[in-house]
Design a protein around this ligand. Structure first.
Ligand SMILES: Nc1ncnc2c1ncn2[C@@H]1O[C@H](COP(=O)(O)OP(=O)(O)OP(=O)(O)O)[C@@H](O)[C@H]1O
Ligand SMILES: [Mg+2]
Length: 436
């Protein structure tokens, strides 16, 4: 029998808390999902913890269910972090190449990354990711891997993602109180980008937009490098709230209405061949009323028109969301550098009409992403709302392979495009150089 190691991730969202447990077979480097659980979250608002005890109970419930399914006990886990606690900045590091032969070694690379890490942070913030963007050797810029090259001066640009210390402490406390060892925090937008974006899109310039229930995470890649990460405090739950307010129904009923519309073929009705305009309009009108009884909604005073819901309530809110995203990207000066457009993930990406709104508002291409395929118990998770969870698992698996990595430098940028277990020699040296 082959030996197996276990990795576990907890994706703590506003709407749901997902635990995934996967086995890694060291010989084959294969990742097999053996435990999956998603439970409704309590104690979260806008992707941030507002009630420690509720979150603790939520995670316990999610973890227990996944452990039962996997038939094993979890001792450590990697956890997602999101919300407006997240901020990002780009920084530069410069070092002199140490070797007398001027050949750049992995030690020089780790030194230059450490130098890039030395930024002044606002108080009560901590770095959670340092992602290499680009290297320059003497005056030659745009180098992805400088090891083995010759030069005097080595520069590195890095993308730094930070979070408020309080948020990190709250999460650490919960994980610790659950008796688990913390394998690390991963910004949920970054985790989603890991599994939703292709390398070609990143090279062209692309923006990952993860629309969760309580917030929207954004990661913009320009010329292959992560350039901006941020979180907007608006999510798909706002659409539900608008429906509840507009139709004077409960939030539960509004959620049912929203989900029903997302799967409703009637909204995309086209005239049949030979059908007159009048006939088509009549058929459209007949199809337009929501079947409230079939949805189990009994608190609506009036019949609900699908088109009015979509055009009067949902589309304006989605337009507002993408206008905010556009403003954010303009502020970061990336709007003109992302011709591959937007890739949407998160549960909100499944909202009816969202791709069209995204395209029209930002005047860029847009598509709903599809997470990379995993093996094992994956039927329920191969959808946009699980992008963060799957991305976290891939992160955890990569970290597991290179543990124990002493620094908190994020090697994902270096690992990109590298198949598990097939790291090239130069990179392996770099990883080894970071080991204690
Ligand atoms: N098929 C669907 N159609 C429309 N909306 C959907 C669909 N599936 C999920 N959603 C919406 O997506 C949201 C949940 O998304 P997701 O599971 O990504 O959130 P989360 O990760 O729990 O929250 P966050 O990341 O914001 O903290 C809910 O508002 C839900 O209504
Ligand atoms: Mg989420």
């Amino acid at each position: 029998m082959q030996r197996q190691s276990i990795v576990t991730i907890i994706d703590l969202g506003t709407d749901k808390c997902v635990t995934l447990i996967a086995a890694i077979t060291p010989e084959t480097r294969e990742l097999q999902v053996i435990g999956v659980s998603a439970v409704p979250s309590r104690g979260m608002r806008k992707s941030q913890i507002v009630d420690l005890e509720d979150v603790m109970n939520t995670i316990t419930e999610s973890l227990d269910a996944a452990e039962r399914m996997a038939g094993c006990e979890v001792h450590s886990a990697m956890i997602s972090i999101s919300g407006t606690t997240i901020a990002s900045q780009n920084s530069k590091g410069v070092v002199a190449v140490a070797s007398p032969t001027q050949e750049i070694t992995s030690e020089d690379v780790s030194r230059v990354l450490e130098a890039a890490r030395a930024v002044s942070l606002p108080s009560a913030r901590e770095i959670i990711h340092v992602i290499p963007r680009d290297f320059a050797v003497d005056s030659q810029q745009g180098i992805k891997d400088p090891v083995g090259m010759t030069g005097i001066r080595l520069e590195s640009e890095a993308h730094i993602i930070t979070a408020q210390t309080t948020s990190l402490k709250n999460l650490s406390k919960i994980v610790q109180d659950l008796g688990l060892q913390l394998d690390g925090f991963v910004f949920s937008g970054l985790a989603s980008a890991e599994v939703m974006l292709s390398e070609t899109e990143k090279e062209l310039g692309v923006v990952l937009v993860d629309i969760g229930a309580g917030s929207t995470s954004v990661c913009a890649y320009v010329e292959g490098a992560l350039t901006y990460s941020g979180v907007l405090p608006i999510g798909a739950r706002h659409i539900t709230q608008d429906i509840a307010l507009g139709c004077r129904i409960s939030l539960d009923s509004a959620e049912k209405v929203k989900l029903a519309l997302s799967h409703d073929p009637g909204l995309n009705m086209r005239p049949n061949p030979g059908e007159s305009k009048e006939e088509f309009k009549k058929r459209q009108k007949l199809e337009d009323m929501l079947d409230l009884q079939a949805l189990g909604i009994d608190d609506s005073q009036e019949p609900l028109s699908k088109r009015t819901l979509l055009e009067g309530i949902m589309l304006p809110r989605m337009k507002e969301m993408f206008t905010l995203i556009e403003k954010d990207l303009q502020k970061q000066h990336v709007m003109t550098s992302v011709p591959a457009g937007l890739v949407l993930s998160g549960g909100g990406a499944e909202t009816v009409g969202i791709v069209e709104v995204a395209k029209r508002t930002l005047n860029l291409p847009a598509r709903v992403g599809k997470p990379v395929e995993l093996k094992g118990l994956i039927d329920d998770i191969q959808k946009p709302s699980y992008a963060t969870s799957i991305g976290l698992l891939i992160y955890a698996a990569k970290k597991h392979r290179s543990t124990p990595v002493k620094t908190s430098i994020d090697l994902s940028g270096i690992f990109k495009n590298v198949k598990l277990g097939t790291l090239p020699g130069k990179i392996t040296h770099l990883v080894k150089s970071l080991l204690p």
